[in-house]
Design a protein. Structure first.
Length: 269
């Protein structure tokens, strides 16, 4: 049932394995997360939705907590926006929860911070049971990588870690923390910041790998940051190790609830 011309702002929590997709943003061939989700939502809403996300992930990048909003005149129960939409999605894209919000909310612009995790492991051979991690053939000097990475914490001009096609208005971003999580036989680097440039996390990891492999000294990363020259940087690290881990919003929007599947029927739809 629809309610005429009145619009509802619907927010979805989303998780996906990015291996099969050419990133978030829609493409003519339709092999993106946005294309799959828009088609599925359209089947429930009865019209093509205009989707807005918290952060556009690149080809092969995953999301543990992606947030998407759209406006619709259609009124549906919460179960339709979650279970119904999931029925039209492939198994590697999942809606975890839904809520309706006031129109001052925006999935991208209302976010106060974002957290990415980059997972990698070192081994002389590839491990097929680590599909969401980057394989590094040779041993790494983790203490050197940790020391080098601390130069990036704080507010800086990250031009040296910015892709040439980046469309951000300013290269100045703030990294609140860069943490190293040693988890059994692999490592996760957790990077928390207010916002990120195109390829910024993968370019940071590429630079840290250079230090870890002994090709560059520890202070090279700080010099690279200060030099603001992407051409002097390292190769962009592979996509499969990167996951959009969490997006934070002001508490009153209730976005955190979207990622606890037991609570989606309690949303305000």
């Amino acid at each position: 049932m629809d309610n005429g011309s009145a619009m509802n702002r619907v927010v979805l929590g989303l998780r996906y394995d990015g291996q099969a997709y050419e990133g978030w943003q829609t493409q003519p061939h339709g092999r993106t997360v946005q294309d799959k989700l828009a088609k599925a939502i359209g089947s429930i809403a009865g019209h093509p939705p205009q989707l807005h996300c918290a952060g556009r992930t690149d080809t092969g990048v995953h999301a543990r907590q992606q947030v998407v909003h759209f406006d619709t005149p259609s009124v549906r129960p919460a179960s339709a926006w979650v279970k119904g939409v999931n029925n039209f999605l492939p198994n590697d894209i999942v809606v975890t929860g839904v809520t309706c919000v006031e129109d001052d909310f925006h999935a991208r612009f209302s976010a106060v911070s974002r957290t990415y995790r980059y997972h990698f492991y070192t081994s002389p051979v590839l491990d097929p049971f680590k599909p969401f991690m980057t394989w590094v053939h040779y041993p790494l000097n983790l203490p050197a990588m940790q020391e080098a990475g601390q130069a990036l914490v704080g507010q800086h001009d990250f031009t040296a870690f910015r892709a040439s096609q980046c469309q951000a208005k300013s290269p100045v971003k703030t990294l609140y923390s860069l943490q190293w999580l040693l988890e059994n036989d692999h490592v996760a680097v957790q990077i928390h910041g207010n916002a990120f440039l195109h390829h910024m996390v993968r370019n940071i990891m590429g630079a840290l790998f250079e230090v870890g492999l002994g090709r560059k000294p520890v202070d090279w990363v700080a010099g690279l940051l200060a030099g603001r020259d992407r051409s002097q940087g390292a190769k962009t690290a592979p996509a499969q190790g990167l996951t959009l881990w969490e997006v934070e919003y002001p508490e009153h929007y209730g976005i955190a609830r979207l990622f606890n599947p037991t609570h989606f029927l309690e949303s305000r739809s």
